[in-house]
Design a protein around this ligand. Sequence first.
Ligand SMILES: *[C@@H]1O[C@H](CO)[C@@H](O)[C@H](O)[C@H]1NC(C)=O
Length: 587
Amino acid sequence: MESETTTAQWLAIGAGAFISWLVFNWISTPSPKKFKVEAPEAADPKWTGKILENPTIRNVNDPSNIVCYDPSTGYHIDTIPSPSAEKVKELYTRTAAAQVKWAETTFEQRRTVLRSLLTFVVENQETICQVGCRDTGKTMVDASLGEVITTCAKLRWTIDNAEMVLANDYRSPGLMMMYKDAKVVYQPLGVVSALVSWNYPFHNAIGPVISALASGNAIIVKCSEYVAWSSAYYEKIIKTCLSVNGFDPDLVQFISGFADVGEEVVKSGVDHVTFIGSPAVGKLVQHNAADNLIPCVLELGGKDCAILLKDADLVKTIPILMRGVFQNCGQNCVGIERILVASEIYDKVVNEMNDRIGQLRQGSILTDGEGVDCGAMTMGNQFERLEALVQEAVSRGARLLRGGHRYQHPKHKQGQYFEPTLLVDVTDDMEIANHEVFAPIMVIMKHNGPEDAVRITNRCPFGLGSSVFSADKSLAEKMCLQLRVGMSNVNDFAVNYLCQGLPFGGVGISGYGRFAGPEGLRGLCVPKAVTTDRIPGIKTSIPPILDYPIQNGSKSWKFVQGLNNMIYNPELAAKVNAVVELIKASF
Ligand SMILES: *[C@@H]1O[C@H](CO)[C@@H](O)[C@H](O)[C@H]1NC(C)=O
């Protein structure tokens, strides 16, 4: 009876402590400042525009302006000037000036901005997605998964971890320097830049901003001309967020423009460049960065494999693969571009995919409302390339079971659509097995067991993400470690990116360097090496025997030789002997 009471009392104390802790946390974390940004008119699903005949992003008669249009309908949204080289320089100067003060802010001040941004993103997720859908032609679900969840995950991780990751990092000074404190101080680089792709206009632009601000940097983001209109709204969000929290909105600049603007940004004086795009353009960026000797992080796409072993749980795996291929119409940096299926389950997987892909509906999510699985293609000049890749594979023995062509939407005549495609019996010598398609094309290949699957995967020059599906967790993990890639998931797809504590990046022609995680944040800093005296009264003093001018060269040599032997000679006898030599040499 007595012990029961005691247990109940302990529980009550525990519960009380827990509640106090919650209340304390609630009180001690100030509620984030809220703000409003007016949504552009065309974000409204009911909005309609003038339909462009054969819409293109650049009009030959007006090459300095960007034509913004909705790829799912052809509606003209806006025409925006691509900025001049002078404009880029002027923006750089303003950004650099704003960074000087920002570098002095505390982590708590930086968190204030990020918390405010997180609240805005969660409360305005629908508008953020509608703006993205209008500009890229994607669906609301694709936008939510790629733009909102990822951004929230990055904000949450950065708010919780940036201070810890960038805190002074104390290192062992070693035996010789045992009286020193040796530490790394992470100091911001200054003005960093990010040249980002159009596939996720909100996340790709805001992601680098979060890391830059958290590490004390200012940032210039060069947004793609394909998403110039939505990027202007997204820029307003971050600038307003900085202003309402009392900081300089010039800390962040979004510049939308054609390729020459990217080059101007890299050469403007920025201290770092993160580039997301193709291997060919990545080489140009690295070349331009070399002129100013600034470091690059290059994320150059992938040809990610999903390997299915014969014991994979198909009920769970098939929906993951469908999402991995058709999310955002396949326009993903990490998207499943090759499915390698064990011969034992090959036919079953092919039949199931054939059924499912046959049911996918294409359209404009804002205009058509419900009932759209796959949106439009953001770039309108890729159809010939895609059809040629499919045809090349078919001519060499692949079977085309679904799609393979540009889709003429009955309602949206000027919409840019590609049919959800299923191409099977693909082999690794075909073009489509080695080129990133960035399109709603499911490529299925056959393998004869784990070793064969690893061999096929590693033949491809890309090496970004990967997945292995199997009931045997340890075999699957072992295979992940054998793949020549930067990221791997067992029984899943791309979830490493939702674990924002992990670095993101590839190997081979997928690029180098990492963003996200501690590696990403520290990559935006100078890891300054600093030493100070650790023990009061003990300082380095050059012994007279080594002081200039050297009095007796052979004595001095004996002294330094003895010092090395005393500290580093592994044998005890040699150490003892060295101490004697040192004493002798000192007199
Ligand atoms: C230097 O020191 C050595 C002993 O270590 C001694 O034999 C020698 O005479 C000295 N030379 C001079 C020039 O004093």
